[in-house]
Design a protein around this ligand. Structure first.
Ligand SMILES: Nc1ncnc2c1ncn2[C@@H]1O[C@H](COP(=O)(O)OP(=O)(O)OP(=O)(O)O)[C@@H](O)[C@H]1O
Length: 343
């Protein structure tokens, strides 16, 4: 449904040239949810804005539903853009219009008869669960409700593609979850293809089928969510996966934690598992092989695209030489180990 071919985007500022995107190629199949994840300044916004030509790529091709957008006349492009909905981090609602009037706006632009608009708005209000708020103004809505209005307004023109520009970044975790559930529901129910950009792996984990990692304007890794979570290759990808785990170390351990080994303090290790390594009984293996005792302080296992991944914090008893052997063993099993300190 969406195909970006070798997209490069350069900005010119005074006499400086900034390459925001460099030879970016990706394909989003119809009906799928594709996430692009990256840190601030990586080029995410530029990338998503290239899909509907809000930014015109310096070179490359943008193909949506088989049409090469860069080759279209202004009039044809305007028509094609109606098929590509977009929602934003800050909702972009019209503050002087009620919820219903905001949703009706694109339909009024299309000059639909009043009765038809009313029927469609009622359907959309029901779809996003905002029937009771139809007469409220945006200022009186929560962030999550505002994003629901923005989603309903975008869906009014029956787009085949929905672009989400950090759509949940301004929302708290519970509201984020409810908006992601709504996007997933829309994707399934209306068969809309979704391309989203985010800096949170949680978003990818929750709703995406496929993911690409962007860094310095380049797509450095992409694949199905299960592939990427099971076998992340790039260090940045591994960090994004780890960042979606909320590791909690009890305060009493943190108070005792020192950076250096002193007296008979024991190492506190953080282990990160992905894919196969999350299924292996490595703790008992290490315990047997190296005569170590593991005291689990914290553990979390999550699922993404049917793949397990997780992290564990353990306090390890035994001799120092064997601690090092254990770390080597974990590394040989593709488990990332960090010595957090000594307790
Ligand atoms: N209109 C512009 N003029 C000049 N440089 C720009 C312009 N828009 C973006 N850039 C530059 O392009 C690079 C990518 O920016 P972009 O906004 O796409 O990143 P991002 O990943 O979306 O970041 P964030 O998450 O902080 O919004 C940055 O170096 C940015 O400064």
């Amino acid at each position: 449904m969406i195909e970006l071919k070798n997209i490069t985007k350069k900005f010119h500022q005074k006499n400086k040239e900034i390459t925001a995107l460099s030879e970016v190629s990706l394909t989003v199949p119809k009906g799928k949810i594709f996430g692009v994840i990256g840190a601030s300044g990586a080029g995410k916004s530029t990338l998503i804005r290239c899909v509907n030509l809000l930014e015109r790529p310096t070179s490359g091709e943008v193909i949506v539903d088989g049409r090469n957008l860069m080759a279209l006349s202004a009039a044809d492009l305007a028509k094609e853009r109606r098929q590509i909905g977009m929602i934003f981090q800050h909702f972009n609602l019209l503050s002087s219009r009620t919820v219903s009037e905001n949703i009706a706006f694109p339909l009024e632009l299309d000059k639909l008869p009043k009765q038809e608009i009313n029927t469609r708005v009622a359907e959309l209000l029901a779809l996003v669960g905002l029937e009771e708020k139809h007469n409220d103004y945006p200022a009186n809505l929560s962030g999550g409700q505002k994003q629901r209005v923005a989603i309903a307004r975008t869906l009014a023109s029956n787009p085949k593609v929905l672009l989400c520009d950090e759509a949940t970044s301004a929302l708290d975790p519970a509201t984020t979850k409810s908006i992601l559930d709504l996007l997933k529901d829309i994707n399934k129910r209306l068969d809309i293809t979704i391309l989203l950009i985010t800096h949170e792996m949680d978003v990818v984990k929750n709703i995406c089928d496929q993911v690409a990692v962007i860094s310095g304007g380049e797509l450095i890794e992409q694949g199905s969510v299960s592939e990427i979570f099971a076998h992340p290759k790039m260090e940045i990808t591994k960090e994004f996966i780890a960042s979606s785990l909320k590791i909690n170390i009890p305060v009493e351990y943190l108070e005792r934690l020192s950076a250096k080994k002193e007296g008979n303090k024991k190492p506190l290790l953080k282990l990160e598992f992905t894919g196969q390594s999350a299924d292996d009984p490595v703790l008992s293996e290490v315990s047997r092989l190296f005569e170590l005792d593991n005291n689990i302080i914290f553990a979390q296992i999550e699922y993404a695209g049917g793949v397990k991944f997780g992290a564990m914090v353990i306090e390890v008893s035994g001799t120092e030489g064997n601690h090092e052997k254990a770390i080597e063993f974990y590394n040989s099993k593709q488990i990332r180990v960090e010595v957090l300190g000594y307790v």
